[in-house]
Each structure stands twice: as structure tokens, then as C-alpha cells.
Design a protein around this ligand. Structure first.
Ligand SMILES: Nc1ncnc2c1ncn2[C@@H]1O[C@H](COP(=O)(O)OP(=O)(O)OP(=O)(O)O)[C@@H](O)[C@H]1O
Ligand SMILES: [Mg+2]
Length: 412
């Protein structure tokens, strides 16, 4: 049976599940449904309550089905959490051919060789990105096909995830009646939505300030060079405010979203927030500057953790296209100004760069960046003819055989 023309992105975040439905018409992605449903079934990027997550997922799908007018049976799904790890991996093979000419089959073998890197038993490979090849000692080769040599090496970046977290994610999505077209590490889908090829060529970091996690992906010369998920997000700011003021979480959340800023020095010392305006049970007045000092401390900590990782890969303050922010947490006042200071990089809040038609109003909302990126990822896979990324849980070589799709870079 022919597959329907829809490409669906399903982003299971810590605070909400987002669904984005796209279809491609004359080269433009038409957004036919964009929706989200809040849930509490996830902690630190791992599903902790399958039933609650399935129920929220079913509700989100139902809403998106109503919007798009189609049943949604398959989707590209995000995977996230600090259990996902990126690491360099090398592969080496001999090219045993009389004329010594390297063919695509050899490239496939060497990429596979890099995939067999010793992953612990409880981890699964989710992506492999070959960076460059070495032929008989000559390095930095982009495409070795057609070259002559007897020893072919590859340097790649591989991304793996905890088997248990992956298994639970797959189970949850399948229980909601959705077949998985592909699993994509969340910051890679987000970066797909928010950056141009030019930015990725010159050097950029995309940072998604989510509820439970902050994830980021670093690109240079068009390649993904590092990505990670930190177990700290905007929810931690809410917790800090609740503890600092001894208020409940709803009041703390309202304070953060209505009065929050990461630039306390710009707030008059005399400015107060009347808590009774947020909750009739409260009667205190609190200093807005003090609250913003709490927020600044947490956001500065997140920036410090990112900077440590940029230092470790030798890119601290060295990404000319700067930091591009998204995620609900990026809505806080003063974020890019603090980022410029703390990360020593140009900083902006990003918006999807691809051309879309349809429900464009939702594109301004940073909580949808990952789901939109998943749709673009899927569209690109389908167009390049390498679609229907299978998952083959537990099979040698990991979850996906993406080899044919990965030599290409993003197209725009
Ligand atoms: N104006 C605002 N200021 C600060 N934080 C905000 C604002 N609006 C929303 N948030 C926070 O953004 C978070 C939700 O963002 P998002 O939907 O991107 O997270 P998520 O995808 O569910 O989580 P994760 O990416 O960690 O899995 C919540 O913690 C919410 O409090
Ligand atoms: Mg998210």
C-alpha cells in the first residue's frame, strides 16, 4: 500500500508533547497541524510513566488529526536526555581490489567498521556522521570514492542512547498506535529547523532551553562536531524560585514567565511583585530584582556547563555564527544579552529558516522548533530517496542503517 504523503514530527519533551504535521507541495512544506499537550510522564529525558505519556500522546495526535484532516499513523520521533552521548569513532578497512580503486561499498564497510566501536551492552547506536576519510595516510578527504589506495580510514561522530530509555520510548510511541519512520536526536532536528547551511559552515551552536533539559548541537564546516544534553532546564528555575520564596510551583512558574529576567542589574531595587495578583492565597510582596538574581544564577550555570563543553572541543568563543536559542526557556527577558556575555558569542533567538505555508503563526513559538525540525528531517529523507529509516532494535550495527543518508549534508 502506498504511504500517505504526510510527514509527521513527534517531539516528546519533559513538559509537553508536540506534534507537527507537514506535507510537501511544489517544494514548500505546508504545515497542516501543529499542536501540543502538556504531560508529566517524563523526567530528565526518560519516560518514567508510560501510561501517562501514551495518554498525552494520543490526545496530541487526535488534535493534530482534526487539524490536518488525516489519520496519523507514522512519525519521525525525537529522542533526548542526558543518556544520549556523542563520541568520536574511527574505522579502518583494507581495500583489496586489483586496481585499488575505492568504491562506495568500501565506504560503507569503513563506516560500518566505525560503528562497531565497543559500545557497552546497555547502549544503542542512533546516528553515525562520517566526518572525513584518510586514504593511505592522506587525511581530510571528503569523498574517497574513485581514489586509489589500500588502506581506508574514517573519522566519525557517533551518537548512542541508553537501551532502556530507547526501548521505553519506542514502546510508548507504538502503544499510541504510531509507527516510527525514524528516531532523531532532538538537538539535531532543532538545528535542522533553525540554521542555514551558511551558519553551519561558519560555525554555530544551537541551544534548546527546554523544561527538564538543555540540549545543544555544534556545527562547523557544515559538519556536526558535538552535541549533548544537560540535565538542567527551565523547570529548575521554577523549582529554585519556589524554594527561594517558599511558594507553590504554580506561583513560581507564573513569576518566572511574567516577571522573569536574567538581567537583575537592570531592575530597580524598589520594584516589587505582589504575589496576591498571582494567587489570592498569597499576600506577600517580593523584590523582583532578588527573583531575577535567582534566575540569572541558574541560567549562568547552564551557560557555564555549555562553555565547558565548548572548551573541551576547542571551540570556546570561536563560533562565528554564534549561539541560536530556542525552547520555551528561551522566552526569558535578557537571555541573548546574558548569553553574549557568558558564552562570548553572538546570540539570537532562532526561528525556522525553511519556507513554509499553512499554520505559520505557530512557527514563532519556540516550543515547536524540534517538532518542525523533525518534519524537515523527514521531508529531506523522503526526497533524497533514503526514507523510511528502519529501526531494528538490538541488531548489530545499531538502530539505524543511515549510511546512505549520512554522506549528504543538510541541503539549505
Ligand atoms: N516566558 C518564559 N520565560 C521563561 N521560561 C518559560 C517561558 N515560557 C515558557 N517557559 C518554560 O519553558 C519550558 C517549556 O519549554 P519546552 O516546551 O521547550 O520544554 P520541553 O520540550 O517540554 O522540555 P525538554 O526539551 O527539556 O524535554 C517550561 O519549563 C516553561 O516554564
Ligand atoms: Mg524540548
Amino acid at each position: 500500500m502506498a504511504k500517505d504523503p504526510l510527514v509527521v514530527g513527534l517531539d516528546i519533551g519533559a513538559s509537553k508533547i508536540a506534534v507537527c504535521v507537514g506535507s510537501i507541495t511544489e517544494g514548500v512544506v505546508s504545515l497542516m497541524g501543529v499542536t501540543s499537550v502538556g504531560h508529566g510522564g517524563m523526567k530528565k529525558g526518560m519516560i518514567v510513566d508510560i501510561e501517562e505519556t501514551v495518554s498525552a500522546l494520543s490526545q496530541a495526535l487526535e488534535e493534530a488529526e482534526k487539524m490536518s484532516g488525516f489519520p496519523l499513523t507514522h512519525a519521525y520521533v525525537s529522542i533526548n536526555g542526558s543518556h544520549v552521548l556523542a563520541q568520536p569513532a574511527k574505522g579502518v578497512v583494507a581495500v583489496a581490489r586489483p586496481n585499488g580503486e575505492i568504491q562506495s561499498e568500501d565506504v560503507g564497510r569503513v563506516i560500518d567498521a566505525a560503528k562497531t566501536i565497543a559500545l557497552p551492552q546497555n547502549r544503542e547506536l542512533i546516528h553515525t556522521f562520517p566526518h572525513h576519510f584518510t586514504v593511505d595516510g592522506q587525511d581530510e578527504i571528503r569523498d574517497p570514492i574513485g581514489m586509489n589506495g589500500i588502506r581506508l580510514e574514517v573519522d566519525s561522530l557517533i551518537i548512542s542512547a541508553s537501551s532502556a530509555a530507547l526501548r521505553n520510548l519506542i514502546k510508548t510511541v507504538e502503544q499510541a498506535g504510531v509507527q516510527i519512520d525514524g528516531l532523531v536526536y532532538a538537538p539535531l532536528a532543532t538545528a535542522r529547523a533553525l540554521t542555514t547551511k551558511k551558519q553551519r559552515d561558519s560555525g554555530v551552536v544551537v541551544i534548546d532551553l527546554g523544561a527538564g533539559t538543555t540540549d545543544f548541537a555544534v556545527y562547523e564546516e557544515g559538519e556536526l562536531i558535538h552535541c549533548a544534553t544537560l540535565p538542567v532546564g527551565s523547570m529548575h528555575i521554577t523549582n529554585d524560585i519556589a524554594i527561594g520564596l517558599r511558594t507553590n510551583l504554580d506561583v513560581a512558574e507564573a513569576i518566572k514567565t511574567k516577571y522573569g529576567s536574567v538581567l537583575p542589574e537592570k531592575i530597580r531595587e524598589s520594584e516589587t511583585i505582589n504575589l496576591s495578583s498571582l494567587d489570592p492565597a498569597e499576600d506577600e510582596k517580593v523584590s523582583r530584582r532578588q527573583i531575577c538574581e535567582i534566575i540569572e544564577a541558574r541560567v549562568a550555570e547552564i551557560f557555564h556547563l555549555i562553555r565547558e563543553q565548548l572548551q573541551a572541543i576547542g571551540k570556546d568563543a570561536l563560533l562565528p555564527a554564534g549561539a541560536v536559542f530556542t525552547g520555551g526557556g528561551s522566552d526569558i527577558e535578557g537571555l541573548t544579552e546574558l548569553a553574549r556575555k557568558e558564552l562570548r558569542l553572538p546570540a539570537t533567538v532562532g526561528f525556522p529558516i525553511a519556507q513554509f505555508s499553512g499554520m505559520l503563526d505557530k512557527l514563532d513559538n519556540p516550543i515547536y522548533a524540534c517538532a518542525v525540525g523533525l518534519v524537515l528531517w523527514g521531508v529531506e529523507e523522503n526526497q533524497s530517496g533514503h526514507g523510511n529509516t528502519r529501526y531494528d532494535f538490538g541488531k548489530m550495527g545499531g538502530l539505524f542503517d543511515r549510511f546512505r543518508g549520512i554522506l549528504r549534508n543538510f541541503s539549505n
